[in-house]
Write a protein that binds this ligand. Structure first.
Ligand code: BES
Ligand code: MN
Ligand code: ZN
Length: 492
């Protein structure tokens, strides 16, 4: 699929489908947009009058053979009330229209970018809307696949740059790669398979990839990670992906470290989970997938800072050799941990990964993990929980998330919560009391981040769409890829 920019007016582009936004007016009755009325010979107002289409958010109307256009179909995309519209919402609007059109025989699409805003932002919204809506998790279906007919998207925008378009395409494509990985089931995507996929993706993108195997993890003393892996026949790995900028790196240049939890399946281990919804724990590697996706975007955007992704990957199973509640493990940092609950495994593998990322020279850390059910209770499924030990670093990540249109909410982490992780027999316990579970989990990670500026993203509520959305199918969302790509670009 190809995206291109044009300064031609929408009505002068010849495409199978032309698309444009219609705002809902305050009284919700008539879009009252003279432009659409002139193009449709008053049909826009007519449809609004009979309540057929009033520009409601994520609704749309298809007009066949619009008289004053060179395209065969015109799709009016409801954008909701004007003014309240945000970039992120536009991409959801285009996306929901495109989810209905992708299998409706349109090979070429022309889209009029929203106007009255930064044209680059408008273009980004359109690209992301369509590219993300193209994704369908049906690779394992042997028949009945609904393949998209899309070949070419032409975006009509005045003053937008090719660079913005290229960046948006790279980011959305990378986000879809992350979704592909996170949607894979546990039998098909083991730590070993994930490492092979990472190596393939990295080499195609011109990134370096190194995979540490079990023996190497043992000699590095990564006891926290290895303890989790014990219950599975699948060998653990630590995947390291490196991006080096073209220009020489100055000593004071930031080195971004992206640490992603990649538990390819989380049964809970000996502290086994209830069977209801356990199958969803196939996406417990969404944090790792997000970091790989971010690296692919970064490889295309080419920021001027080095970025290293560190992705610890294990399967958490209750095998005969599995670690037991009460076991004490020693992390690479030297900190000993009493494993009171084997289902709090993400923080154990991340502990060693954070330590390792610092050893590799990362000066600024972000981790992403489907870490706690507690964050879903706290924030629901639209907001990612964001924890940090450094206000300045936190603000930069929050800023990047706003730019990317991903909702993230600052949560507390610190001394009070660390106090709750005391163990009578080891340096730390891997769980705290029942309340504030997302915050104690973050505090556990904070212990290993130490003084290095660090942000932890708990994506347990945002990494997976449990129900179909107008713009997305059930399954992995690819959350955090867009934020991290923007973050890397904002650093240099
Ligand atoms: N992978 C889970 C967290 C999770 C829950 C992710 C729901 C996505 C959706 C994590 O490893 C886990 O099991 N956390 C436990 C921690 C508890 C034992 C302290 C939890 O949240 O119940
Ligand atoms: Mn778990
Ligand atoms: Zn888990």
């Amino acid at each position: 699929m190809r995206f291109k920019l044009t300064e031609l007016a929408l009505e002068d582009i010849e495409a199978d489908v032309a698309m444009g936004f219609v705002y809902e007016t305050e009284n919700g009755h008539i879009p009252g947009d003279k432009f659409w009325d002139s193009i449709t010979d008053g049909l826009a107002t007519e449809m609004a009058a009979r309540g057929e289409f009033r520009g409601k958010f994520q609704s749309n109307a298809v007009i066949h053979r619009p008289q004053r256009m060179r395209s065969g179909r015109l799709v009016l995309v409801g954008a909701g009330p004007a003014g309240k519209a945000q970039t992120a919402r536009w991409s959801d609007c285009v996306g929901s229209a495109w989810r209905q059109l992708r299998t409706a025989g349109a090979g070429s699409v022309a889209v009029l970018a929203p106007y009255g805003v930064d044209p680059d932002k408008a273009v980004r919204a359109v690209v992301e809307g369509i590219a993300l809506a193209e994704y369908e998790p049906d690779v394992h279906k042997s028949s009945g696949r609904e393949t998209s007919s899309l070949q070419e998207v032409t975006i009509s925008a005045t003053g937008a740059t090719q660079r913005a378009l290229d960046h948006a395409v790279a980011t959305a494509t990378a986000q879809n790669r992350a979704r592909e990985l996170a949607n894979e089931p546990g039998n098909l995507l083991t730590p070993t398979v994930l490492a092979a996929r990472a190596a393939e993706l990295a080499s195609a993108a011109g990134l370096e990839c190194e995979v540490l195997d079990k023996a190497q993890l043992e000699s590095l003393g990564m006891g926290a990670l290895l303890g989790v892996a014990r219950g599975s026949v699948e060998a653990p790995v630590m995947i390291v992906v490196r991006y080096r900028p073209d220009a020489e790196v100055q000593p004071e240049t930031a080195h971004l470290g992206l640490v992603g939890k990649a538990v390819t399946f989380d049964t809970g281990g000996i502290s086994i989970k209830p069977s209801k919804d356990m199958h969803l724990m196939k996406h417990d590697m969404a944090g790792g997938a997000a970091m790989l996706g971010a690296m692919l975007a970064i490889a295309a955007l080419r920021p001027s800072i080095p970025v290293t992704a560190v992705i610890p990957s294990v399967e958490n199973m209750p095998g005969g050799a599995a670690q037991r509640p009460g076991d004490i493990v020693k992390s690479r940092s030297g900190t000993t941990v009493e494993v009171l609950n084997t289902d709090a495994e993400g923080r154990l593998i991340l502990a060693d990964a954070l330590t390792y990322a610092k050893e590799l020279g990362c000066t600024h850390l972000v981790d992403a993990a489907t870490l706690t059910g507690a964050i879903v209770v706290a924030l629901g499924t639209d907001f990612t929980g964001l924890f940090s030990n450094d206000a300045g670093w936190r603000d930069r990540v929050v800023e990047a998330s706003k730019e990317a249109g991903e909702r993230m909410w600052p949560m507390p982490v610190g001394g009070e919560f660390s106090q709750l992780l005391k163990s009578p027999v080891a340096d730390l316990a891997n769980i705290g009391p029942r309340w504030g579970g997302a915050c104690t989990a973050a505090a556990f990670l904070g212990h290993f981040a130490g003084d290095t500026p660090w942000v932890h993203l708990d994506i347990a509520g945002t990494a997976w769409y449990e129900a179909k959305l107008p713009h997305a199918p059930v399954g992995a969302s690819g959350v955090a890829v867009a934020t991290l790509a923007r973050l890397a670009m904002s650093l240099g």
